[in-house]
Design a protein around this ligand. Sequence first.
Ligand SMILES: [Zn+2]
Length: 371
Amino acid sequence: MIAIQRGTERPNDVVIIQGHIDSRVTDVMNFTSDAPGANDDGSGTAAVIEAARVLSKRKFPGTIVYAALSGEEQGLLGGKILAQYAKAQGWNVVTVFNNDIIGNSCSSDGFCDDKHVRVLSEGPRSQGQAELAAQTHSLGGENDAPSRNISRYLDSLADRLNIGLDVTQIWRTDRFSRGGDHIPFLEMGYPAARISVAVENYDWQHQDLRTENGKAYGDTIDHMDFPYLEKVTKLNVAALASIASAPPPPEAKVEGGVSTDTLVTWAPVSGAEGYVIRLRRTDSSQWETVPAWDAPVSPSGQPSKSMNCLYPVTAGKKRVHAVGELSCRMSGSTIGSSECLPSAKTASKAPSPPQSPAARSSLTSLPRRNR
Ligand SMILES: [Zn+2]
């Protein structure tokens, strides 16, 4: 089941929230036994429906697609169909949030955690990695793929939402020996991430309903933690609204060979009123959060000594000439990866400007993969 909320300004820019509506018992081909699938993946499907209920009352520049997919347990069939449909339609899929098992908080060993949610993202890209391998070995960037930046974005967004939920970034495509409906999108080059519970209970997923030695097996509704599911759903809804509102990221070019400066250039993006350049050490999981760096506009447009590593620029109506030429010096140390992000028109009102998670890798020569 698919619902499309067409964007008002950039209908071809698409963000997808999805869960899978099918469920299973122990034998994946058993289609007669009762398979309630409360958590796997009634929880993800509920998040999709709730997101549609909340967000369909508003309008967004970009398109939001709500998907309850089928046949996940038999081979990611619904995910494949939707990914193929997206490609056939020529959608620019900015992000896919695959919500699969998001509604319980206690694991099979009794450990409970309702304060974290895992976001799983691929490192080396599923699509196009063969062509990128040589560049990746030379320049790095294996931690800068679009899906990884979605992970970072959700992590920072959860902090800002302050709803008692933190993101644990898992830098893998999925859990060991497991998969989900984000994978068909990754294979087509679309940025995608899986969202899933902090701890898993294997007695309550993919099990025949039964009681053995006093222990209940099966994916039933009494094991759900609805306040936790609510928090994970809130994170999804906020991310969808933000991404569907944000201007597309600029394509940045970075040059810094045999130089103490790194030159970052990009073309203006329509709808962006300012830009934020973020840096991180190569061994840091998150973009640096020096508060001054979050100010997208400098009144003078001049390099600021206090910021040391950021030459803020203005864009749009005021100082268009400043855009596309700025350099960054970090004396005495090696520069980490850098990234250009546009800030949305509402950025000045928000505590921190929304960032598009699909911002491309900083590496000059890495082509974008999701067009
Ligand atoms: Zn599932």
